[in-house]
Ligand binder design. Structure first.
Ligand code: UDP
Length: 315
């Protein structure tokens, strides 16, 4: 029987790699395209010898060349941590704009289903809480986060344009803060920072007073949502995230407790345009996909802490 083929850009990154494993286990043939800017060979190394897995080292902002039949194009490639996109704003804009255009062009050429990995950042510093998909957002397009937010907003717009003009079967996942094994220890995001600071007895760096909120989704839950969305008939954007909202201070205290660390909490200045709160409404995902997250923050953090601990012993 012919296996369905999925091209996944950014397939060696944190979310992309988890999805590669899931797709292989579901019987798909996977072509992973990554330029290893933030992705890692270690994330996908166990798949390299699999006959259903192929790696293409390439930058999606250039032309994406794939031979043969392709059933799905999943456009996941992007710098996604604020620390990274502040360092590489132009590459971030290119992955979201040129990269999405190229990935859509591939989907059009191959008559594939297309899925965009978008973000809660399209809501910016939201004035509506929790965020529903029909909220248009509050983004500072010329601020330092604008490179990411606007590239993803453009990516959503061009995805809908290809859907309407070329009748491509498209999906848009708006992904909220996600954490779990295979995050880069130094990617600058809050969960990886706090866990590594706690494990290595370094100060826990809270930006601002720590009263800003985020809603953290464990990677396995997210991958389940993405897998359901790619096979659904939902063309409108769908929020995928865990609606349980925590302050950054609560997160710091929980990580200190779970690691048993004696690290001190220190306060640093709040980055420019840092959203004050963020919480997904997942009513649409529940209704359209029958999906909701199952893993509690404490359990997901314990698994993530174990993984970072193992990683540090192996290096
Ligand atoms: N943050 C923090 N300390 C850190 C890293 C991040 O207090 O060491 C804060 C950051 O200012 C933001 C929240 O944690 O309010 C989430 O940051 P992250 O970079 O993980 O992602 P974001 O949700 O901002 O895209």
């Amino acid at each position: 029987m012919h296996k369905k083929t999925v091209v996944i850009t950014g397939g060696a990154g944190f979310i992309g790699a988890h999805l590669c494993y899931r797709l292989i286990s579901e019987g798909y043939s996977v072509i992973c395209v990554d330029n290893f800017m933030t992705g890692s060979l270690d994330n996908i190394r166990p798949l390299i010898k699999d006959k259903d897995f192929k790696l293409i080292v390439s930058n999606v902002s250039g032309y994406i060349k794939i031979r043969g039949k392709v059933d799905y194009v999943l456009h996941c490639a992007s710098l996604a941590s604020p620390a990274d996109y502040l360092d590489f704003p132009i590459q971030t804009l290119k992955a979201g704009s040129l990269g999405t255009h190229n990935a859509l062009g591939l989907a059009k050429d191959k008559k594939s289903t297309f899925m965009l990995f978008s973000t809660s950042e399209v809501y910016g510093d939201p004035l509506v809480h929790p965020q529903k998909e029909d909220y248009w957002g509050n983004v500072n397009c010329v601020g330092v986060r604008g490179c990411y937010d606007e590239s993803k907003r453009f990516a959503e717009a061009i995805t809908m344009a290809y859907h309407r003009a070329h009748r491509i079967n498209t999906k848009i996942a708006r992904i909220f803060n996600t954490y779990g094994p295979m995050m880069r220890p130094n990617d600058g995001r809050v969960v990886s920072n706090f866990i590594n600071q706690a494990l290595f007895s370094k100060p826990i760096t809270i930006y601002g007073k720590g009263m800003q909120t985020r809603s953290f989704c464990y990677i396995e839950d997210l991958v389940e949502g993405l897998y359901r969305l790619m096979r659904s008939s939902c063309h409108q954007p769908v929020n995928l995230g865990n609606p349980n909202e925590f302050t950054i201070m609560e997160l710091a205290k929980l990580i200190l407790k779970l690691t048993g660390s004696k690290s001190k909490i220190i306060f640093k200045s709040l980055p420019e345009d840092d959203p004050r709160k963020r919480q997904p409404s997942i009513a649409l995902a529940k209704k359209a996909l029958g999906w909701e997250p199952k893993v509690r923050l404490k359990d997901g953090l314990n698994k993530t802490i174990d993984w970072f601990q193992k990683m540090s012993k192996n290096t």
